[in-house]
Design a protein. Structure first.
Length: 285
């Protein structure tokens, strides 16, 4: 205790220069400015590098292929935009993004990329026909420079799952003027074999019965919870009510590794309901 008191007296007897406070504050301001300058430079450089990296992945397949061989970051190069097409004129706006994959198995890569490319071509042809029909309906020749909106077409993709040698994604097609029509086309691949993954692969032999029951229960729950949620039923004299999944049923695999069954507009519900999705949870998994 005596030593502490002595130290306190010595500390309190030290004479502080009159301009010390000014010098300290000035030094702090200088270092703060330098730190901010260096931080800003580091952030700018890092951002530039990231942007360059993403750009190279999307425009240079050779670079993406090389990056794919690096185990830590290979997964992000599994799928990228290989072709992007944009067109706008007096009557229409067309935006197409075509994906492609890169894997260590070139046979699988070629197989899947051919499937994607052929489907994109089919969607483009379908959209061209639809746009022509829309133009005819509103008499395209007389509407140049008028208040009529342009016909919009968008073909894009979205990755749903990309882990454990499984790639699940959807191709999206939108077209229309005021009420846009949107359809999803789902793909689920085993990247080791190149084969498409089926619902049976995920849920076993009794998958149809299991899924049908799950969807029926979810439809009942949605209608009971929200009066605006209405699905077609057999009493509506409409053949589109849910009778069970089809053999080539649309589905994707979500981040929870569960299949999500997809029904496009009008398939099982009125148009205002849009696309309907049902996550199928396997309790035994």
């Amino acid at each position: 205790m005596k030593k502490i008191k002595e130290s306190k007296l010595i500390y309190e007897s030290i004479k502080i220069p009159e301009n010390l406070e000014y010098k300290v504050n000035n030094a702090l301001r200088t270092n703060k400015n330098k730190s901010r300058f260096y931080i800003n430079r580091v952030v700018t450089v890092c951002s530039s590098v990231c942007l360059l990296f993403i750009l190279l992945l999307n425009v240079n397949p050779s670079f993406a292929n090389a990056v794919n061989d690096i185990p830590v970051i290979g997964k992000i190069t599994s799928i990228f935009t290989i072709r992007e097409y944009f067109k706008e004129d007096d009557t229409e706006i067309i935006n197409v993004k075509e994906p492609a994959i890169i894997t260590n198995n070139k046979d699988v890569e070629e197989k899947i990329n051919n499937i994607i490319a052929n489907k994109i071509k089919d969607l483009e042809k379908e959209s061209e026909l639809s746009v022509d029909e829309i133009k005819k309906e509103i008499d395209c020749k007389d509407r140049r420079g008028s208040i009529y909106p342009k016909v919009n077409v968008r073909i894009d993709y979205e990755i749903k799952y990309n882990q454990n040698n499984i790639l699940s994604f959807v191709l999206i097609k939108e077209e229309g003027i005021n009420t846009t029509s949107k359809d999803l086309y789902t793909y689920n691949f085993n990247l080791e074999t190149g084969n498409e993954i089926t619902l049976e692969d995920l849920l076993g032999n009794n998958y149809e019965e299991f899924i049908n029951k799950e969807i029926e229960n979810q439809i009942e729950e949605r209608e009971a919870k929200d009066k605006n949620q209405l699905f077609f039923n057999k009493n509506d004299n409409i053949d589109n009510y849910f009778k069970g999944i089809s053999k080539n049923q649309n589905f994707y695999i979500n981040e929870n590794e569960n299949p999500v069954v997809v029904f496009n507009k009008y398939e099982i519900a009125p148009g205002y309901m849009g696309i309907q999705e049902f996550e199928i949870k396997d309790e035994e998994k």
